[in-house]
Design a protein around this ligand. Structure first.
Ligand code: FES
Ligand SMILES: [Fe+2]
Length: 386
């Protein structure tokens, strides 16, 4: 049996009871550092986690260092054009090969500490002025690889190397998102946030609009909060649609777009936004004229970093008068309204007065998400239907 996290098992089983409309997870799921350590090991390391856009390593020799679920990773574009990844840890004495967040481009990977050098396939090729001990074999000291998948213009990393196949992880979501052709789109803006909330709270909050009429008057003006349907399709994701108001062509303060309508969409897709939470920590919101993503990185049990990006049609971004503010300012306000709510919930979860409450019928996607998490806690690994 796989190890399960230190969470009340009876409470998890109640969430999954047949006919249950679900309830919040027990408080330890949101406040315990032990649970977060378990999640890093079993949800983040053993899963596929988005590491950012593939354009971070556009050409052969390009590399980018990042953190994936707390693990240091260096992403590299090989001379064959394939994306590869390694732990960003030198095989000599553990120095980072590149500072986290930095990018570089060279035909070999040099460690800045004692200049050990690796080729783009991770092989150790030079150990300058190193007096090797007896039996030292450079071939045994290559960089430690991680799994990398490139899809729709994003890079996904599996640091344990034993996640389910990436296609199974995506399930039906790959076909659902295809009309937006995200691989064509370019980053028009990025906002970074820090929030004293557990990483799962912004995802739960994202899965319902029951709160919209209370805290998002601007959003309700362009998208009826009770509109749309949820998907129940295979894959490690939960999500659904919301309609645009009659006067609105996209999500912006006045409903107008300053971008370009994405060419692959049909009449229905041009009147909707799809909102999907891809396990474990990526939110993808596909609008008629842009795709917005959130990547939520846990820092501590009660503290997270969020990177929000907006992707636009290249023709829009190339226009001299293009300004992404119509989308970014609208969602920046909405994001901040959401973070304030999540931070308040986090404070409630830390109280001895917290009792997990039930979901309304309008919170059915939150229920789906929480049940995916609860099922995976009990299974000791991501428990996804194929
Ligand atoms: S730690 Fe990298 S060369 Fe010494
Ligand atoms: Fe919200």
């Amino acid at each position: 049996m796989k190890p399960t996290p230190p969470i009340d098992r009876v409470a998890l089983e109640a969430i999954l009871a047949p006919g249950s409309s679900g309830r919040m997870l027990p408080s330890e799921a949101y406040v315990s550092e032990e649970v977060l350590a378990w999640e890093r090991e079993h949800f983040f390391a053993r899963s596929w986690v988005c590491a950012g856009r593939a354009t971070l390593i556009a050409e052969a020799g390009a590399r980018h260092a990042t953190s994936v679920g707390g693990e240091p990773v260096i992403l590299v574009r090989g001379s064959d054009g394939a994306a590869r990844g390694y732990f960003n840890v030198c095989r000599h004495r553990g120095h980072e090969l590149l500072a986290c967040g930095a990018s570089a481009k060279r035909s070999a990977i040099h460690c800045p500490y004692h200049a050990w050098t690796y080729d783009l396939d991770g092989r150790l090729t030079h150990t300058p002025r190193f007096d090797p001990p007896a039996g030292f074999e450079p071939s045994e000291h290559g960089l430690v690889p991680v799994g990398v998948a490139e899809w729709a213009g994003w890079l996904f990393v599996n640091t344990s190397g034993d996640a389910i196949p990436f296609a199974q992880h995506l399930g039906a979501f790959a076909a659902l998102l295809e009309p937006w052709q995200p691989e064509r789109l370019v980053v028009g803006a990025t906002h970074d946030y820090e929030s004293p909330t557990n990483w799962k709270l912004p995802i739960e909050n994202y899965q319902e609009c029951y709160h919209c009429s209370a805290i998002h008057p601007e959003l309700c003006a362009v998208s009826p909060p009770e509109s749309g349907d949820n998907y129940t399709l295979p894959g490690a994701w939960v999500g659904g649609t919301m309609d645009l108001a009659t006067h609105a062509e996209t999500m912006s303060f006045d409903g107008h777009s300053n971008g370009v309508a994405l060419p692959g969409l049909d009449d229905v897709q041009r009147r909707q936004v799809i909102y999907v939470g891809l396990f474990p920590n990526m939110l993808i919101s596909a609008h008629p004229d842009y795709v917005m993503t959130h990547r939520i990185e846990p820092v501590r049990a009660g503290y997270s970093r969020v990177e929000c990006q907006w992707l636009f049609d290249p023709d829009a971004v190339a226009r001299p008068d293009f300004d992404p503010a119509y989308a970014t300012e609208f969602w920046d306000l909405t994001n901040r309204q959401d973070w304030a709510a999540c931070e308040s919930v986090q404070r409630g979860l830390e109280s001895r007065g917290y009792r997990p409450g039930p979901f309304s019928l309008d919170e059915d996607a939150v229920c789906q998400w929480v049940q995916l998490v609860a099922r995976s806690y009990l299974a000791g690994e991501l428990a996804v239907d194929s």
